[in-house]
Design a protein around this ligand. Structure first.
Ligand code: 9D3
Length: 228
């Protein structure tokens, strides 16, 4: 899958070269290209933002560099063009899976107060938000989207990781432990060292229910069978 990111701050995306996403790119499973919107300005000072018509705080990203960049990177409109925006539909795991199956993407990152509405009307298919909190721009949300979509590309994760996800059954995860058996007086729960896998599964399911009840009781609504 090819993901093209349009941004005024390309240097923020060095994080995508690390860890699992870095490996996926080196193995050719994922191709992320970060494009500097300044390269598409027609202004001699490379200006990409301007004051808002009607007044108000902050600056607005100009339509022209956005339009020229989108048309240069996706001339036949074969990619899904997404604007990361606080006004977008909230990102869900369901949407992530569908985007992962959906082919190439162009991600437009706004900064300042946002992008001139005409660029959105003319060049964007969909607006996505990553949640109800205020960030300084769409760059971190774009990285969030790349990260969660990449997990579903064949060969990026071990098959076991995705199988485990389907077994977790909408609950938060049970606690994990590794060596040593004792750290600062805290011991690994005995059951996890027992070798009794039926017992271990039951213990993990109980802890998952407990943790979910405490942090996300909303996830348990309509599943009376687990509550006992
Ligand atoms: C505080 C300024 N807001 C009202 C005047 C508008 C506003 C504009 C631009 C608020 C945030 C931003 C920058 N944020 C994003 O571009 C963004 C975002 C976010 O802030 N939260 C969750 N998801 C996203 S996706 C893009």
């Amino acid at each position: 899958m090819k993901i093209t990111i349009l941004t005024l701050f390309p240097e923020m995306f060095s994080a995508l070269g690390a860890s699992i996403l870095g490996r996926a790119q080196r193995e050719g499973k994922l191709d992320v290209e970060v494009v500097d919107l300044r390269d598409y300005t027609e202004d001699k000072h490379q200006k990409c933002d301007d004051y808002p018509f009607g007044g108000g705080a902050g600056m607005v990203m100009m339509a022209q560099p956005v339009g020229s960049a989108v048309e240069a990177v996706d001339p036949a409109h074969t990619a899904r063009r997404i604007y990361l925006s606080p006004k977008g539909r909230p990102l869900t795991q369901e949407r992530v899976v569908s985007l992962a199956e959906g082919g190439d993407m162009v991600l437009l990152c706004g900064h300042y107060e946002g992008v001139d509405q005409r660029a959105i009307d003319l060049f964007i298919d969909e607006e996505i938000s990553i949640g109800d909190y205020v960030l300084t721009g769409g760059e971190l949300p774009a990285m969030v989207l790349v990260d969660c979509v990449a997990r579903y590309i064949d060969g990026v994760l071990s098959p076991e990781s995705l199988v485990q996800e389907s077994f977790s059954d909408g609950l938060l995860e049970y606690p994990h432990y590794t060596r040593p058996v004792e750290y600062r007086g805290l011991r690994v729960p005995e059951v996890l060292r027992s070798g009794n896998h039926a017992e271990i599964d039951r213990w993990r399911h109980e802890r998952a229910l407990e943790i979910t009840e405490k942090a996300r009781p909303d996830l348990l609504k309509g599943r009376e069978e687990d509550k006992r």
